[in-house]
Design a protein around this ligand. Structure first.
Ligand code: F6R
Length: 347
């Protein structure tokens, strides 16, 4: 049932190029959903955990390509923002399981005042029955507790939604190249195993990124915490100097997410800051980026061109693999981390 892989998580990481392709086939369904939308002036994403990180990418996309003001709220905090809901707001709930209690509670509240759209992986789940509109991700069942393939499919669904709403065919065309980029990270697995062995005994890690790479940094840190029990802190790279830089020294590796593009040079200067404090830097970026290579101690690189805007999908793959292999090196079962359930059904 694990298809020859040691754990479900590893199998699910490897399934990602295929499930992304399956999700891409949903574009015409998404166009139908968009055709039913009323007019709205604001978007509000609501989600927990990994689905919250997918929502953060959604915010930057909606604001960059559609100019629609977009908020992202944690489901458990949504209650406190109810006052700003109105009929001009589209509330988008992202939930893999469709059963997360906090998200279902938020959906109930949102349904009273606004139009709701749920992006869900599990067919027929509660969220799909209660939301006004539904988009299905086509990740297939996810058994590992840590969300991997469902995250990348959520991202693909959000990109397609924005593409359908804006008529941006270029984005849609570029999305088709994403599965091949993801395969590159999977082909680099041996190199990632070496990096995992090198850093497995760290007690703290920082993950930094800007713009479209900020949610990737948060997601990398969450994966690390969940399945390796190492403290991983995800931070907007530009925020480091507003406090947490005090924690950086030669015992704290820093993983920097640095795709080529607008944020590149600024994140590089953050790399210099952490290196000046003794930190070892692991970078995720382009294999052609000679400056990044010379500035970092280890690099998990991608060949070929993918835009900064689309980089969140392939760039999360090496981070998933790094946490997976650190978990295995530390003798942990990544499929069943302690104290965590696949679906959180209590508020
Ligand atoms: C992280 C993880 C959790 C879930 C969160 C939301 O790997 O699995 O953080 O993302 O519990 O779950 P859903 O998406 O089912 O609402």
């Amino acid at each position: 049932e694990k298809g020859g892989f040691k754990h479900f998580m590893l199998k699910e990481i490897h399934e990602q190029p295929d499930v992304v392709k399956n999700t891409l086939m949903e574009f015409s369904e998404i166009e139908k959903v968009v055709g039913k939308f009323s007019k709205f002036k604001r978007i509000c994403f609501v989600a927990c955990g990994t689905s919250f990180h997918a929502s953060l990418v959604g915010k930057y996309l909606f604001e960059t390509l559609l100019g629609i003001p977009t908020d992202v709220l944690l489901s458990s905090e949504f209650l406190f923002s109810e006052g700003a809901l109105d009929k001009d707001t589209l509330v988008i709930l992202i939930t893999q399981s469709g059963e997360t209690a906090d998200t279902l509670k938020a959906l109930k509240i949102a349904n009273k005042k606004s139009e709701t759209l749920a992006i869900v992986n599990v067919l027929g789940s509660t969220a799909t029955r209660e939301a006004d509109h539904v988009i299905y991700t086509r990740a297939g069942p996810e058994i590992g507790v840590a969300a991997t393939k469902t995250y990348v499919c959520q991202l693909v669904s959000i990109y397609m939604l924005v593409s359908a709403m804006s008529g941006n065919d270029k984005l849609l065309a570029e999305l088709q190249k994403v599965p091949d980029h993801m395969k590159q990270a999977l082909e680099n697995e041996d190199h990632i195993i070496e990096i995992a062995k090198k850093y497995k005994d760290a007690n703290d890690f920082f993950f930094i990124g800007r713009g479209f790479s900020y949610p990737t940094a948060l997601e990398g840190a969450l994966k690390l915490k969940e399945i390796t029990y190492i403290h991983g802190e995800g931070y907007a790279a530009g925020e480091l100097k507003h406090g947490p830089l005090a924690l950086i020294d030669d015992n704290v590796p820093v993983l920097a997410v640095v795709p080529p593009g607008e944020s590149h040079d600024k994140t590089l200067s953050n790399i210099e800051e952490v290196k000046a404090r003794g930190a070892k830097v692991i970078a995720v970026g382009s294999s052609k980026d000679e400056v990044l290579k010379s500035e970092s101690h280890d690099i998990m690189g991608f060949d070929g061109d993918i835009s900064e805007m689309l980089s969140p999908i392939p760039y999360v793959v090496p981070l998933q693999l790094l946490s997976y292999y650190i978990s295995v090196e530390r003798g942990i079962d990544p499929d069943k981390p302690k104290n965590l359930a696949k679906c959180v059904t209590v508020e």
